[in-house]
Design a protein around this ligand. Structure first.
Ligand code: SF4
Ligand code: FES
Length: 233
């Protein structure tokens, strides 16, 4: 089948303003949008720039706006999209080139919430730190995050205030705050209680629809807020 791609292009070294690149490509119905982008890059215009790595919805590198919604290009089958597909970079980050945005501010916020297990209690020799299935289930959902930034860049609170820590960092904080083996939950909650923290969330719910991993992002945010209000993890 033939599809048309309308891709927002911008090379800050050459272009004064973004422009729309228009391409027609032959694809199979089961091809993903990522395959169509490869067709353009490999056969029509090698200057087109986009990120991708795993091509299987695991690395999170090819999040972009597809027909106005944040999606992973490697998970969108062309047969489920319109015949003309509009592709744009994620909103709210500086465009480095075409569909590639500067993710450094995103990862800076991610690092702020200490996204790793903190526990300096001495381990029993020869034993792992154990937890029950019920303890594990408290943060099971948020372990699925692949840091694609689709949630954060779909959030109006983030668009209007780029200093807001954003849903992705809250999801990552949630993953450790509610882990019974971790000891830095109070510190993470303190960070999220700051002025650019979790209270910037206005429960718009754009993040719920954006997450390609199906994580219940609003629920994770609500649990963090509740832990702050009731001072109890
Ligand atoms: Fe991506 Fe979902 Fe993680 Fe947000 S919560 S960064 S949308 S995987
Ligand atoms: Fe890795 Fe799409 S290329 S998630």
């Amino acid at each position: 089948m033939k599809i048309k791609l309308q891709i927002k292009r911008f090379n800050p070294e050459k272009d004064r303003a973004p422009w729309w690149g228009k391409y027609e490509v032959d694809v199979e119905p089961n091809d993903r949008l990522l395959d169509a982008l490869h067709e353009v890059k490999w056969r029509q215009d090698g200057t087109l720039a986009f990120r991708r790595s795993c091509a299987h919805g695991v690395c999170g590198s090819d999040a972009m706006k597809i027909n106005g919604r944040n999606r992973l290009a490697c998970k969108e089958l062309v047969r489920n999209l319109s015949r003309t597909i509009v592709v744009e970079p994620l909103m709210g980050f500086r465009v480095l080139k075409d569909l590639i945005v500067d993710m450094e501010p995103f990862f800076k916020k991610y690092r702020q919430i200490h996204p790793y297990l903190v526990n300096e209690d001495p381990e029993e020799p020869g034993r792992e730190r154990l937890q029950t299935p019920a303890e594990r289930s408290r943060f099971e959902d948020t372990t699925k995050c692949i840091l694609c930034a689709a949630c954060t860049t779909a959030c109006p609170s983030f668009w209007t205030n780029p200093d807001y820590v954003g849903p992705a960092s809250i999801v990552q904080a949630h993953r450790f705050i509610f882990d019974s083996r971790d000891r830095a939950g109070a510190e993470r909650l303190h960070i999220l209680n700051e002025s650019e923290g979790v209270w910037r969330c206005r429960t718009v719910f754009n993040c719920a629809e954006a997450c390609p991993r199906g994580i219940d992002v609003p629920k994770a945010i609500a649990e963090v807020k509740r832990a702050l209000v009731f001072k109890k993890i």
